[in-house]
Write a protein that binds this ligand. Structure first.
Ligand code: SF4
Length: 533
């Protein structure tokens, strides 16, 4: 708390709660009352945040808190058996064992966060030793190194992951340009958002730059929460300097003096390293009095990856998506014009300003320019990170990562599409399905139905509950899917009901989560109809 020097205000409630939790291990009632007095808010506001953000707790913590990822990749890697064994061995100990959708480590199955730190070497052979460490209350810092370690090796590199970065050169090049020229250069490169939406970056920047407001903000969305996605982990770990420089270039383009990085709570273990990178950027002049960046933490709400929900969360509120328009470029953070881009997009900006827009533009296809990272997980010999030019056929990526007997591939995470072999010539670009860079591979030993059910359960769990089509629709989807599986004699009618429901959710949900929640089900039904299942 001593080092939490920023002034207390209602906008800072969430970050202050996170600091309080780091200090006490939980948020005691006295701390909640103290925060009410400090910020002038109501206790109900604090309680409402505690109920929304799953990582915030108001009861004393156990010695160990385990969070297993339970997305379909981890389930296929044997999560249920391992989870049951851990529960049985640790029964009665001072330990909480939970599951969560994704912790950004699907290339390291089976990972588990222990008190927020990733253990990546757990399997059925060493589970007893793991449980012994917990039973004996061995502090995490005394655990053998061999339990930890994240491999951020890029298995197939490309220009963006292997160019010789020269710190400060990109911003120096931008400083010689007017705002319009900077935005023009981003437009000439053909850069589009790499977080999933694929919106033209120059358009976003131009819209924000044009606003007459003197105060503007730059926000880096580092809340990649889509199951199967971990590419931003690479940039946050290995290329944070380029991300920061890209934000500084964006600030110069639109006239912003303040930026925020919103880091997902599951990446808490990267927090210190990112703070150090921010310090280093100050020392070498990339950040200065004209542009500073503050690092914020999320607290376990997937929906905060949606840009308007992220803005709400940065303002200290529950992460409920807001209606658009107005778009953030016009009225975003604290009601001011705001550019929100994803981690990989900002890293690409730095590449463009160091190497030139034509270097970026020369890669990819007519409509999808550049090169990008893909997070590859599931049934293949080499899961991990692959940089490929836009427009690369999915079949080429499957061959590069050693996928064999592939039955289907989920492109773009659960909100993307499930593709089957006759669709493997689909290209990975903004014209194809799912732009978030997550590729989950399933071989012929997997059940398409259980994949779909896992995705539907994920959406049901992550729906923020604000609008009825999504809140009720995601629950109805899981029930109908169960009926589809258990009552084959009713399949025709259930299939019709499911398709009607997914269409309704798509048309009437408030944000992208509800609109896309039915996509995996629709893909599965198309496949089932084609194969008469
Ligand atoms: Fe919330 Fe779902 Fe509605 Fe989006 S669609 S606002 S996640 S309930």
């Amino acid at each position: 708390l001593q080092s939490h020097s920023a002034p207390f205000s209602p906008q800072r409630i969430l970050q202050t709660l996170i600091v309080l939790q780091a200090f006490f291990g939980y948020i005691p009632p006295q701390a909640q009352e103290w925060l009410v007095r400090k910020t002038g808010t109501h206790i109900a506001d604090i309680r409402s945040l505690l109920s929304f953000y799953s990582f915030l707790v108001d009861t004393p913590p156990p010695a160990f808190h385990l969070r297993f990822a339970n997305n379909i990749i981890e389930q296929h890697a044997g999560l249920d058996e391992l989870h049951e064994r851990v529960q049985a061995e640790l029964c009665g100990t001072d330990c909480i064992i939970e599951t969560t959708s994704c912790i950004g480590l699907s290339d390291h199955p089976l990972p588990v966060l222990v008190n927020g730190f990733p253990v990546t070497r757990l399997d059925m052979n060493n589970v007893h030793d793991f449980c012994n460490l917990i039973r004996s209350k061995t502090p995490l810092e005394c655990w053998p190194e061999s339990w930890f370690g994240i491999n951020n090796v890029v298995r197939h590199s490309g220009p963006l992951t292997r160019y010789q970065y020269i710190p400060g050169l990109g911003i120096k090049n931008a400083q010689g340009l007017t705002r319009e020229q900077i935005i023009q250069q981003v437009g000439d490169a053909g850069l589009r958002g790499l977080g999933g939406a694929g919106f033209p970056t120059a358009f976003k920047w131009h819209w924000c730059e044009q606003q007459p407001e003197p105060i503007k903000y730059i926000v880096c969305n580092a809340d990649e929460g889509e199951p199967g996605t971990f590419k931003d982990r690479f940039y946050l770990t290995k290329q944070m300097d380029r991300v920061i420089e890209g934000m500084a270039i964006a600030a110069r383009a639109v006239g912003a003096r303040k930026g925020y990085i919103y880091l997902r709570g599951e990446y808490l273990y990267l927090y210190q390293a990112i703070q150090q990178e921010l310090q280093h950027a100050k020392q070498i002049g990339i950040l200065n009095d004209l542009f500073e960046i503050e690092l914020h933490l999320g607290a376990g709400a997937y929906i905060c990856g949606e840009e308007s929900a992220l803005i709400e969360s940065l303002q200290g509120k529950r992460g409920i998506p807001t209606s658009k328009p107005p778009y953030p470029g016009e009225k975003g953070l604290f009601g001011k014009p705001t550019v929100v881009n994803n981690v990989e997009t900002f890293a690409s900006v730095t590449y463009i300003f160091q190497e030139g827009s034509s270097a970026f533009h020369s890669m990819g296809t007519e409509k999808s320019k550049g090169s990008r990272l893909h997070s590859v997980s599931g049934d293949c010999e080499q899961p991990g990170l692959y940089e490929l030019p836009q427009g690369t056929p999915l079949s080429k990526l499957l061959s590069l990562c050693g996928a064999k007997a592939t039955q289907c591939v989920q492109v773009g995470g659960p909100s993307g599409q499930l593709l089957f072999p006759d669709q493997f010539d689909t290209t990975l670009d903004f014209e194809g399905p799912g732009h978030g860079g997550a590729i989950m591979i399933f071989d012929t030993s997997r059940s398409v139905m259980s994949i779909t059910q896992n995705f539907s359960n994920f959406f049901r769990h992550e729906s923020c509950g604000f609008c009825t089509p999504c809140r009720a629709g995601t629950v109805a989807l899981t029930h109908l899917l169960e009926r589809y599986t258990k009552l084959p004699e009713n399949r025709q009618q259930t299939s019709k009901d499911l398709l009607e429901l997914t269409e309704l959710m798509n048309k009437s949900s408030h944000c992208g989560l509800g609109k896309t929640a039915g996509q995996p089900v629709a893909s599965m039904l198309r496949w089932a109809n084609d194969h008469d299942r």
